[in-house]
Design a protein around this ligand. Structure first.
Ligand code: FMN
Length: 250
């Protein structure tokens, strides 16, 4: 049985995007915008109403940034979604945000948020409210990068918006490898794969080790102390215990 919902549009997960631009006086403005997505290789689209102070600023300057709202700044991200710069002249500062001008476009980067897409306006449509931007640069705080300089989504800690229930969630756990796991079905059936995974407890131990690895990267541990190996052994032990307790004997 499925329930039908009409007259609405939402996807899961929805991002919490913070749109920012300089207004005519050169003051930074920003707002929460969850109805947004990648719409091309170097293009983003957001559905934002024309009466917002931030949208007025975007249209005046022809540039904007889109920052990824994150869990540590949940209150600030929600604040900029419930208060308008039309009513609160110090909105940006009251949110506790600090602006640095992008080196690539005439728009503010919010220092507190770790990742920002720096965009030039391609178009804004008054009827559909769709703002389209060309992504000229993406800047990421090194606190959100792994040892190889790649963006680490766990360190980015993005907020996820649950539109039907108006809740925010934190990014979840590692599940599998993209552009890879699907190939497994080329060689065996789903039932065979599930049976194998159950027998070896792969999902449980794998995700535990992933979590521990992530945690140890973030913890400050003296260089000569190796805690990863003992933790992996512990994960194996816990995995083994869980397997014998929970999994049916074959
Ligand atoms: C979770 C959340 C998501 C939102 N998403 C959007 C959106 O996608 N488009 C939009 O026009 N307004 C959206 N809003 C509303 C604006 O952020 C809000 O009206 C804000 O006060 C506008 O600020 P401004 O007038 O200072 O620009 C959202 C608000 C919240 C709390």
């Amino acid at each position: 049985m499925r329930k039908n919902i009409t007259g609405k549009s939402f996807l899961f997960p929805m991002p919490v995007l913070i749109l920012a631009a300089y207004d005519r006086e050169g003051k930074p403005q920003c707002m929460n915008a969850a109805w947004g997505a990648v719409s091309g290789r170097t293009q983003v689209s957001l559905c934002v109403g024309p009466r917002h102070k931030t949208v007025e600023a975007v249209r005046d300057t022809g540039a904007f940034t889109v920052s990824i709202g994150d869990a540590p700044h949940e209150i600030q991200c929600d604040y900029v979604g419930v208060v308008s710069g039309n009513d609160e002249p110090d909105k940006f500062a009251k949110a506790g945000f600090h602006a640095v001008k992008s080196e690539h476009v005439n728009a503010p980067i919010i220092e507190e948020l770790k990742m920002a897409l720096e965009c030039e306006v391609i178009s804004y449509d008054e009827d559909s409210h769709i703002l389209v931007g060309e992504v000229v640069n993406i800047s990421v705080d090194e606190a959100a990068l792994d040892g190889d300089g790649n963006i680490d989504v766990r360190r980015l800690d993005p907020l996820i918006y649950d539109s039907p229930n108006k809740n925010y969630y934190r990014f979840g756990e590692y599940v599998g490898k993209a552009y890879s796991d699907g190939h497994k079905l080329e060689h065996s059936s789903l039932e065979e794969l599930q049976k194998k995974a159950k027998k070896h407890g792969h999902g449980l131990i794998g995700s535990l080790i992933d979590k521990i690895d992530g945690a140890t990267e973030e913890m400050v541990v003296p260089e000569h102390v190796d805690i990863v190996e003992p933790l992996k052994e512990l994960a194996d032990e816990i995995g083994g215990a869980a397997e014998s307790m929970i999994l049916p004997k074959e």
